[in-house]
Design a protein around this ligand. Structure first.
Ligand SMILES: C[S@@+](CC[C@H](N)C(=O)[O-])C[C@H]1O[C@@H](n2cnc3c(N)ncnc32)[C@H](O)[C@@H]1O
Length: 199
């Protein structure tokens, strides 16, 4: 599948978190049903998962208007536009009131301010976006739904620990990227049990 990427968008090259997540999900082979992808960027993840038949349909959201336009173009070119709904959205806003079988977010992984770096695809100052994602994701999941997300040694471990106290969270894959000196991690989490149920 051909994926076009505009300048400034996250590039899903071979050593990227995009390629790592995709390899992990394809290897797991679990059906994703109706998929919500946050921060879709070029659309590479949602579109590849549709193409491979793991997702039936995908709602793909990004705060970046260029990403949304590029992802929509990639969906058309791949013949997937009828199964992909692509919208500009701050986190879950455009999916308000809807629920999905699975939610996927290849997060911006740098939670500590990096001198000279402030890119929405890479930088999440103080982990504010990750914190909101963890706090809100349950509202958009069907019962029994699954959450997939990236994390790294540049992300705040305390946020992940809090999230893990409310539900089952398992490491799906880990990879050391020598070129960048970063650990890439992919987690699979379950929806939080209803209030009052045993975790
Ligand atoms: C690491 S990139 C991942 C892009 C793509 N999913 C991939 O794997 O190649 C993170 C994406 O999150 C998006 N993003 C950042 N803040 C966001 C927000 N508040 N709401 C939605 N998307 C956001 C960025 O624009 C960027 O496209």
């Amino acid at each position: 599948m051909e994926i076009q990427v505009a300048p400034g968008l996250y590039h899903p090259h071979e050593a990227s978190s995009s390629a790592f997540i995709l390899r992990t999900l394809l290897r797991e082979g679990r059906p994703l049903g109706e998929l919500l992808e946050l921060g879709c960027g070029s659309g590479v993840l949602g579109l590849a998962l549709l193409k491979q038949g793991l997702a039936e349909c995908a709602t793909m959201l990004d705060i970046d208007a260029v990403a949304v336009a590029v992802a929509a173009g990639n969906a058309l070119a791949a013949g997937l536009a009828d199964r992909a709904r692509i919208r500009r959205s701050d986190l879950f806003a455009a999916a308000e009131g809807e629920t999905f079988d699975s939610v996927l977010f290849n997060l911006p992984l740098q939670h500590r301010a990096q001198a000279g770096s402030n890119h929405p695809a890479l930088d999440d100052a103080d982990g504010d976006l990750a914190r909101r994602f963890f706090q809100e994701v349950d509202r958009y999941l069907k019962p029994g739904g699954a959450i997939y997300f990236s994390y790294s040694n540049l992300s705040d471990p305390a946020l992940l620990a809090d999230f893990g106290r409310q539900r089952k969270v398992g490491l799906a894959a880990a990879e050391w990227v020598a070129a960048s000196g970063v650990w890439l991690l992919v987690y699979r989490a379950e929806a939080a049990p209803p209030a009052g149920a045993d975790n």
